[in-house]
Write a protein that binds this ligand. Structure first.
Ligand SMILES: [Ca+2]
Ligand SMILES: [Ca+2]
Length: 203
């Protein structure tokens, strides 16, 4: 009896380890984009920027919403959190946003994290939503990481990030390195599910 329990616990831990690193967001660092699909471009403080309007698919794995967003590349006066590029949620002009559907499990809990840097006023507001659960986060003028926990998601939820709807100028709300990971309880559920599936296979 004890041995059986140990085997089950070990299996759950092993499957958990496999699920633990699962970031559900793809291209969360905005390093993959097609500059030829941008409708305009230029330089901003020594770095290149590319404008992608609503419904444009030039930023891989994301659908663009609202008026436009900019991809900004690091330059003399522009820093990004990682890699060459970051997203500016206030395009040329804003407001703008990006969204992608995540393969979530119904009833699960997910932590969505991101790095952001604002340039004052409405540019210091980042809105995000997972499904119908909407959050507004106030950011600062220094790159910092923020996270929001979403519980009881319905499964296959749309993840959205967008600037303040009133931010219609050429402002800058920089965002980079978005991740969405299942919380431990969700991982245990996923692991138990995988274990049950394995057992059914064996039987
Ligand atoms: Ca990046
Ligand atoms: Ca901008």
């Amino acid at each position: 009896m004890k041995i059986t329990r140990f085997v089950v616990a070990s299996s759950v831990l092993l499957v958990c380890a496999g699920v633990a690193s699962a970031n559900l967001v793809t291209n969360g660092g905005f390093e993959s984009y097609t500059t030829s699909m941008a409708t305009s471009s230029g330089t901003y403080s020594g770095g290149n920027y590319y404008v992608f309007p609503g419904a444009n698919l030039g930023i891989n794995d994301w659908t663009i919403s609202a008026t436009s967003v900019d991809i900004v590349e690091s330059g003399v006066g522009v820093d990004v959190n990682s890699g060459l590029a970051a997203l500016d949620l206030v395009g040329t002009p804003g407001p703008g946003g990006v969204e992608q559907t995540l393969a979530t499990t119904a009833g699960g809990t997910y932590t969505v994290s991101f790095w952001a840097k604002g340039t004052g006023g409405l540019n210091n507001i980042v809105n995000l939503a997972l499904g119908t659960d909407v959050r507004t986060v106030n950011i600062t003028g220094t790159w910092a990481q923020y996270s929001e926990v979403f519980t009881g998601v319905v499964g296959s939820d749309l993840l959205k990030f967008y600037s303040d709807p009133a931010n219609a100028g050429n402002g800058n709300t920089f965002i980079d390195d978005i991740e969405a990971v299942p919380e431990p309880a969700t991982m245990t559920l996923l692991a138990l599910g995988a274990l049950a599936a394995r057992r059914r296979k064996k039987a």
